[in-house]
Design a protein around this ligand. Sequence first.
Ligand code: PGA
Length: 263
Amino acid sequence: MALKKLVAGNWKMHGLSSDLAEIKAIADAASTFPGVDVALCVPAILIERAARAVPNFPIGGQDVHHAEKGAHTGCVSAQMLLDAGASLTIVGHSERRDAQRESDSEVKAKAEAALSCGLSVILCVGESLETRKAGQAVQTVAAQVDASLPDGEGAAAGVPARLAIAYEPIWAIGTGEVASPDDIGEMHAALRARLVAAYGDAGDQVRILYGGSVKAGNAAEIFAVPDVDGALVGGASLKADDFVPIIAAAQPAGAVEAERSIA
Ligand code: PGA
């Protein structure tokens, strides 16, 4: 049976107190789509205020440090995210892999730290335009997943249900360019195979999201691709008017898997 779709917003470095009303509008609208899990990943400093404003709606971080605590100036631990009211976090976004030079092994350590604290995790992978043009996209992204997936023993502890992989081709992020349904389908099938290789049958429970210029106008087509279990949405998640139609596109017409939450 199809997995319940997850539509998560990544607010990146956007969001002030004055945007709490927008978060409330998104959370209110999301509650009218029970067939979709919805979450917003906001700047760390906004998490507590957002979580207080929408107590029944999943608020997440955008990064987490792998260590429990210590001399890591400017960083935030998984326990701190939880303490602030977050129930999930993104790890390994390409903007961090690039600007903060995060390696696969570091991303893996972050994912493990977050999962072991009880947070859900959206682990991002994706190829550059050069890699795609060279015909190396699938093998590059599969290798990224292999090297950054939390260890298999976690599968027994319910990790797959709290883990999502976001396939985000770097050239599609914030550019208006979107991978074709065929390319998305090919990549997601390859990722599903890697997840099953790592976790066995439980690998079928890990949601695989697509990210990169998802908008109201292309969401339905993307969600119709096999093994697309939701979306990670940047620019179009900032306003309820843009984000809610994407959530609506993820709402299944018929029966859905029993209630299941990202939190
Ligand atoms: P975008 O960003 O939707 O603005 O392309 C997606 C992301 O980076 O997660």
